[in-house]
Design a protein around this ligand. Structure first.
Ligand SMILES: [Zn+2]
Length: 300
């Protein structure tokens, strides 16, 4: 996120009701180069990595953002804006952009993920896909891997020069995590196809809130939790060990978190997703959701 001062550009939210596969090897959106005139540092940059943000500006397209930063001086900028249709480069890669504080700005390139208006899973998935493709293509050019990619949140925590936490919440709103994004980008760098499953908007929203899990744990008799949408030790203690063969809404919740088809059936696809998740976190890769895996799924 660069600035909250942007005026919102409202677009109709088109909610998708069906799940479908979108292979990651689809052709990436062509990058349009439209350098801005305002908000330019004209300082040299030899990038050693890439920071990914979200704009926190619902409904504004890459073009809307580009035009805004071209028109209004706000001492903020980014190299790329990616929306559901288009990638626009607004700053050359050998020039510092103003996106994550002085230290990060003098080290890293930047991509801003544009936010669809409302909860629009189809548009989100297109943004997510375009971001993967763009990030992977940049990494290939510089001979980088996923270790060269950082969130604005990480920059804030590491350099203490900004307090923004994007794009973590934006990803989580659609059932994705930062680790998933990194692993999808790494797969794209490796040339592997990444099956991205578009969830119906309603289930993505419902099945990814901690409150919905707390309510379900209570309903199934695993706990007597306050449904406050805050994951803590009590919520963790109520989460049962689950593995292949499990069925129901708790499995559904886990599937929503892992970004696999949320059908409530813990089959081989879900098991593989759990193993991938465990690998990312350095856990034992047994495909069984015990305490450590639950902790990571709950973000605690
Ligand atoms: Zn940011």
């Amino acid at each position: 996120m660069l600035s909250k001062k942007l005026i919102p550009f409202i677009s109709a939210a088109v909610l998708s009701g069906t799940a479908f596969f979108m292979p990651a090897n689809v052709k990436a959106a062509a990058v349009q180069q439209e350098y801005i005139n305002k908000n330019r540092s004209h300082q040299a940059l030899s990038p050693i990595g890439l920071v990914i943000h979200d704009t926190d500006n619902e409904g504004a397209t890459a073009q809307n953002n580009r035009d805004y930063f071209n028109r209004v001086y706000v001492a903020a900028s980014a190299h790329y804006f990616v929306d559901w249709n288009t990638d626009i480069q607004t700053i050359p890669e050998n020039e510092v952009a103003w996106h994550a504080g002085p230290t990060a700005n003098h080290r890293y390139l930047s991509i801003e993920m544009c936010m669809p208006y409302g909860h629009d899973a189809a548009k989100f998935n297109a943004v997510y896909q375009n971001t993967i493709e763009l990030a992977a293509s940049i990494c290939k050019r510089y001979n980088w891997n996923a270790n060269n990619i950082f969130s604005h949140y990480w920059c804030s925590m590491t350099f203490h020069q900004t307090n923004h936490e994007d794009p973590i919440a934006f990803l989580e709103q659609y059932g994705r995590s930062w680790d998933m994004l990194l692993s999808d980008i790494q797969n794209a760098i490796n040339g592997q196809s990444v099956a991205i499953i578009t969830q119906p908007a309603q289930s993505a929203a419902f099945y990814n809130s901690v409150a919905s899990l707390q309510a379900e744990l209570n309903k199934q008799g695993f706990g007597n939790l306050v449904v406050d949408n805050i994951a803590g030790p009590k919520t963790l203690a109520a989460c049962p060990l689950i593995k292949q063969g499990a069925e129901g809404n708790i499995t559904k919740w886990v599937q929503g978190r892992l970004g696999v088809t949320a059908d409530g059936m813990f089959g081989s696809e879900t098991k593989q997703a759990v193993i991938n998740f465990q690998r990312t976190h350095g856990f034992t890769m047994d495909g069984i959701i015990g305490e450590n895996t639950w902790k990571a799924l709950l973000g605690i």
